[in-house]
Design a binder for this molecule. Structure first.
Ligand SMILES: Nc1ncnc2c1ncn2[C@@H]1O[C@H](COP(=O)(O)OP(=O)(O)OP(=O)(O)O)[C@@H](O)[C@H]1O
Ligand SMILES: [Mg+2]
Length: 302
């Protein structure tokens, strides 16, 4: 299968990385019968908590060795204990009562221990080399071939664990809330990502093309003109980034912007994606439409 591995990254917090991974993942699986794996790489465990019922979540909290964190622990302690089939939770979300789930949506859950793992990776400075970026890919590459899409929810930073996602993924999506402050950090972020690619490409001895494929606008508000002005500036910025080879030449702003929607915010506390919890909401409509455009974009890439 031509598995598409896509990392949702932004070093800014609260811009919709998790909301996009959960809701685009759910639309791909439910509306388009795609087999989707969500990889939760964030110690905040937001995607995991969003999609699991409370008792499953509690079990995950009690068994951190059954989470994605074990991949990094194995590397740090030179053991081989990560078992994909034991860790992956299939057919999420399983809502309280167990009735509502999408059988082709799986998640590799996160653990709070990812924070310690990140610290331990950083303190291992004496041994630091490019193998530190390959940990995730090495552990997962033989397990993802059955999936159409692997969506990685990254933490709001660009440290070693996020760089593992950047190394493993074929494509990057940047969730983004258009306001002036977000725009000011956007070019810096793209430059950091590109520098990492150039550096790692040099180590690998091959080219590592710009992989930023697009931006998903989140929490869009029509009131006032701040958002409209920021969107126009973002488009200008994107064209400049293409010229400077910092993003892929076909990178785009995916349509439609996801509007600010109470249903999306509430759906996390109901442990369901918005298409299940509030199927008639504007958030559900926007995610369904965006996923069609997302598919049209990614399905033609060989
Ligand atoms: N379209 C939306 N409408 C309303 N609320 C939203 C929308 N999208 C996301 N939210 C809410 O905004 C908050 C931040 O979203 P989310 O957690 O997805 O961001 P994030 O980038 O993953 O954050 P972090 O950097 O902390 O991981 C969450 O409470 C989420 O429920
Ligand atoms: Mg998040």
């Amino acid at each position: 299968m031509n598995t598409k591995i896509i990392a949702f990254v932004n070093f800014k917090g609260g811009v919709g990385k998790t909301a996009n991974v959960v809701n685009i993942g759910a639309c791909l699986a439910k509306n388009h019968s795609k087999k989707v794996l969500i990889v939760d790489l964030d110690a905040q465990c937001n995607a995991t908590y969003w999609l699991l019922k409370k008792e499953t979540w509690t079990k995950v909290m009690d068994t951190p060795h059954l989470t994605v964190c074990q991949i990094f622990q194995d590397f740090l302690y030179k053991i081989k204990s990560f078992d994909f089939d034991e860790c992956v939770i299939r057919g999420v979300p399983r809502a309280e009562g167990g009735l509502s789930y999408i059988d082709t949506l799986d998640i590799l859950p996160a653990s709070l221990n990812l924070l310690n793992a990140e610290d331990d990776l950083h303190s291992d400075k004496n041994n630091f080399n490019s193998t530190f970026f390959k940990i995730l890919g090495k552990a997962l590459k033989n397990h993802v071939a059955d999936y159409d899409y692997v969506l990685i929810d990254c933490p709001p930073n660009i440290h070693i664990i996020t760089k593992n996602a950047l190394y493993f993924a074929d494509y990057y999506i940047i969730p983004y809330i258009p306001d002036y402050l977000s725009l000011s950090g956007f070019k810096t972020f793209c430059s950091i990502v590109r520098n990492f690619q150039t550096r790692v490409g040099a180590i690998r001895g091959n080219s590592f093309n710009p992989r930023i494929r697009g931006i998903v606008i989140n929490r869009f508000k029509h009131v006032g003109n701040v958002f409209t002005i920021s969107m126009n500036e973002l488009l200008i910025q994107l064209n400049m980034l293409k010229r400077d080879d910092l993003v892929h030449p076909d990178a785009r702003i995916f349509n439609p912007p996801i509007r600010d929607c109470v249903g999306v915010a509430e759906s996390s506390s109901l442990h369901q994606p918005v298409i299940l919890s509030h199927p008639k909401s504007i958030g559900a409509q926007d995610y369904a439409e965006l996923t069609i455009n997302f598919l049209n974009y990614f399905e033609v890439i060989q």
